[in-house]
Design a protein around this ligand. Sequence first.
Ligand code: FAD
Length: 154
Amino acid sequence: MDDRTFRNAMGKFATGVTVITTEVDGDIHGMTANAFMSVSLNPKLVLVSIGEKAKMLEKIKKSSTYAVNILAEDQKDLSMAFAGQLQEKPPIQFGRVAGVPVLENALANIVCRVYDQHVAGDHTLFIGEVLDIVMREGQPLIFFGGRYGKVVSE
Ligand code: FAD
């Protein structure tokens, strides 16, 4: 099977969009990711999948803590910025939850400590134990078929 077929099929699965944030030696690093899922309620675990070429991979290994910031519908510019797709970045406001840098105004900041990690092909799956959560009201940014969208209510 060719890569395009695989990518196109995965793109049929609509997701939200997150930005993962972490900090190493005082430097905050962010990366857009939609490979995110809830794993377990007891203990509370979530999963992100990070590509082997992403700088984020080593950053999380070093810091052991990170936040998954679920983006709101008006934060497409942040998704593009943290995917390296914008020349001119929008103003980025980092806050702190449990000492970990987070994106202010995201729908949710989910702060995690690495619980387990597995290399799977060209990605590493990080399972994070949830340390703290902050939530805000709003609608999610959606990613489907390689495009951004919004939830349309009937
Ligand atoms: P870089 O490419 O260096 O950083 C990403 C961008 O964020 C750069 O423009 C950088 O300048 C900016 N940035 C980082 N920190 C800061 C800061 N403190 N202040 C301001 N700007 C900052 N890849 C995956 O591995 N897994 C996924 O699940 C995944 N899902 C994606 C979903 C979508 C919708 C998109 C668009 C991309 C996705 N990617 C995913 C690809 C990933 O976001 C990019 O490959 C990204 O560039 C990799 O980031 P990096 O850690 O290598 O760092």
